[in-house]
Write a protein that binds this ligand. Structure first.
Ligand code: SF4
Length: 338
């Protein structure tokens, strides 16, 4: 079976699908039976790995179950901050009755009467211990959808700190995941660049330092920070906490780029990993588009024999399917009208 999912715009899809398993392994070489039908078709190929990662998919499922439970109980339901970086998915959850709770007032310790008796889902990025305690204090039931990988980072940070190590978190200090892990420690410090790491490592030269990376940063960025700490500090433990979800999607996109003429990247414009996929496609010299929904499919996208689709780690399956269908139907329409 081919590693790619295939949608074909045209009528002879079964015969084409049978040939495709072979031809997709052949880089850009296409077996003759397939080529004969080529000008009547457009191939839409999906990256072997795309769309929601394990942690986001799990959080999305938990949020939907919670929305249903809240409706049955007649209580309000919230997610602690936006569940995922995708506006359409958030709108869908809102329609199910699960609203986004702004974490800031809660972290300031403000009283929020709407939380009494409410169900609150902690998103995949996690939350600080203070925030969770505040939710309990205000009468909310907390449903933890923190990604197991992020939970593991939180646990590591606490353990190192209990043993007297200086915990250094490597990543974007404004990111919810970093904020959550920080809030599981008393003295952790965040660095998000090599120059910052250089200054901090010099000041911690006589300390034992435990490095923990944000799950979504690039391996090279983390390696450079590790190297900086090893140059300056006597004792450095570098935990391998980067999640493979991002690099798997990147690698699958590179494989896809070798097999298609253009790329569509589907996902929120506020999703960093989606934007990185788009940058990778452009770096490969491919005609590429970053779209959020099927409404952004335009005729220029169907002027190719093979178009590839990938999607960020927070893009729901339904949006990818809508985009595929829209491409296929637009191609059919344009072919019918010459
Ligand atoms: S990217 Fe990895 S760590 Fe982050 S939510 Fe997805 S599976 Fe979890």
């Amino acid at each position: 079976m081919s590693p790619f999912s295939v949608v074909k715009s045209g009528v002879r899809s079964i015969a084409l699908f049978l040939n495709l398993a072979n031809c997709l392994h052949e880089e850009r070489e296409v077996p003759l039976p397939f080529r004969l039908r080529y000008d009547a078709t457009m191939l839409i190929l999906r990256a072997a790995t795309l769309g929601m990662c394990m942690g986001v998919r799990r959080a999305d499922r938990i949020a939907r179950e919670t929305a249903a439970r809240a409706r049955a109980m007649g209580v309000r339901a919230f997610t602690f901050g936006p569940l995922i970086h995708n506006p359409q998915a958030i709108a869908e959850l809102e329609a199910l009755g699960i609203h986004v709770l702004d974490p800031e007032p809660l972290e300031r310790g403000d009283l929020m009467p709407e939380l009494q008796g409410a169900l609150v889902v902690i998103r995949a990025h996690g939350a600080s211990l203070d925030a969770i305690e505040s939710l309990h204090r205000q009468g909310a039931e907390v449903i933890d959808a923190t990604c197991p990988r992020v939970l593991a980072s939180q646990k590591l940070a606490r353990r190192y700190e209990e043993r007297g190590w200086q915990v250094v978190l490597v990543g974007d200090r404004r990111h919810g995941e970093m904020q959550g892990i920080l809030g599981h420690t008393a003295h952790a410090i965040v660095v998000d660049s090599v120059p910052e790491a250089e200054t901090l490592a010099r000041s911690l030269a006589d300390r034992s330092c435990a490095l923990i990376a944000q799950t979504t940063i690039r391996e090279e960025e983390y390696a450079a920070v590790i190297e900086t700490f090893r140059r300056h500090c006597q004792m450095v433990a570098a935990e391998q906490t980067i999640c493979p979800a991002t690099s798997e999607r990147q690698q699958a996109l590179l494989d896809l780029c070798r097999r298609v003429d253009a790329i569509l990247v589907v996902g929120g414009r506020n999703s960093a990993n989606t934007r990185r996929l788009f940058a990778t496609a452009r770096d490969q010299g491919m005609p590429s588009w970053h779209i959020e929904t099927a409404d952004e499919v335009v005729p220029e996208m169907v002027g190719f024999e093979r178009i590839g689709i990938t999607a960020g780690a927070s893009t729901p399956d339904s949006i990818v399917e809508d985009v595929e269908s829209r491409l296929a139907s637009l191609h059919r329409t344009m072919t019918a009208h010459g």
